[in-house]
Design a protein around this ligand. Structure first.
Ligand SMILES: Nc1ncnc2c1ncn2[C@@H]1O[C@H](COP(=O)(O)OP(=O)(O)OP(=O)(O)O)[C@@H](O)[C@H]1O
Ligand SMILES: [Mg+2]
Length: 334
């Protein structure tokens, strides 16, 4: 207990220091319901048009699920938003700052406000997990001392549900599920306001995937994140996404809650959400919600019941709990 208390105090101190040292001018006073606004986006590779007149607004504080068939341009869309893919036309604004007009290396004050978990992880294989997490800290906040940087990295590793010892391991020494968490730790390294997750649960077993979802939801709520979450995982959509954007025909053809999407008559949406896999995910979600209600009325505490209903694991708060949960995904495929 004392140890936990010390850890908590240390974390609070580190967080305070990070915030004191890293306030971004002009970014903290942003007051909009839409931190990401995309209009008229066009992306092409040679003669292949991937996006044509694509528009999308991401709401502050939401987890937006992004779905679409393979190759419809979900990853390209994410890369455009974070400035790695220069579009042929259109505008992308993040926290009111234009990404499309900025040079890749230009200091526009918002690059340090997002964290990214790339499809496939993209960890540096020659660096330990801790060093991987340190990379963005060093890049954006070189003035932070090495000691504090290492401390922050260890904290993010634990926050992402890995045991602290994982910080000194190399990616090759981790299971697939642990790699995802290491990638998440790096994405959270610089206390982002926006989190981009590209297929975070791909390759995880269903239990590991549900736990990763639960962690994403918890972090979103406790850290006040806005999340752009690309996924093929129907369980993820039902369990944690506030809204879902559907990519098809080179654009976002619809965005809304799943019941709202079901009211549209686009064939891909109908096939996707009315297919057998979607039905199974929906029914499983309904059962969880049912269990949640029962547990809540029995225990009188809804949040505890919800976590239990969603994951069927015992719950207790804090990073110790998250670290314990990560053990369950040790056997995931990579
Ligand atoms: N750097 C690139 N050069 C050429 N073509 C590319 C490049 N990046 C993506 N593409 C093409 O753009 C299209 C969209 O790719 P993208 O990776 O965004 O698909 P996706 O929706 O993320 O698919 P998946 O669900 O399989 O991850 C694909 O046809 C792909 O081949
Ligand atoms: Mg992709």
């Amino acid at each position: 207990m004392d140890e936990t208390h010390t850890d908590d105090t240390l974390r609070e101190e580190i967080e305070q220091q990070v915030h004191d040292e890293t306030l971004i001018e002009g970014a903290t006073d942003f007051d909009s319901d839409y931190p990401i606004v995309i209009e008229g986006l066009r992306n092409s590779f040679g003669s292949q048009n991937v996006h044509e007149d694509l528009s999308l607004k991401v709401k502050r504080g939401e987890i937006l699920g992004v779905v679409g068939g393979s190759g419809t341009g979900k990853s390209v869309l994410m890369r455009s938003i974070i400035g790695l893919q220069i579009p042929d036309a259109g505008t992308i604004k993040v926290f009111g700052r234009s990404i499309t007009e900025a040079e890749p290396d230009e200091e526009i004050g918002v690059r340090s406000r997002w964290g990214v978990l790339f499809q496939g992880g993209a960890l540096f294989s020659t660096l330990t997990v801790g060093e991987n997490v340190e990379v963005p800290i060093k890049q954006f906040y070189p003035e932070i001392s090495e000691e504090l940087r290492q401390e922050i990295a260890r904290y993010k590793v634990v926050l992402s549900g890995l045991p602290e010892e994982a910080a000194s391991k190399y990616p090759a020494e981790l299971s697939g599920g642990m790699k995802k968490r290491a990638g998440l730790a790096r994405a959270l390294a610089i206390d982002p306001a926006l989190l981009f997750l590209d297929e975070p649960t791909a390759g995880l077993d269903p239990v590991g995937a549900a736990k990763f979802d639960e962690l994403t939801r918890e972090l979103t709520d406790t850290l006040g994140l806005t999340v752009f979450l690309i996924t093929h995982d129907l369980d993820t959509l039902y369990a944690i996404c506030d809204r879902v954007a559907v990519l098809a025909d080179k654009k976002v053809i619809a965005v809304g809650t799943i019941p709202e999407l079901l009211e549209t008559d686009h064939p891909w949406i109908q096939e996707y959400f009315n297919g057998p896999r979607s039905r199974a995910a929906s029914e499983s979600h309904d059962r969880s919600e049912h269990k949640l209600k029962n547990n809540a009325s029995e225990a009188g505490t809804q949040s505890g019941a919800k976590r239990e209903a969603m994951s069927d694991v015992d719950t207790d708060d804090g990073a110790q709990d998250l670290a314990a949960k990560s053990k369950a995904i040790d056997n995931d495929a990579s």
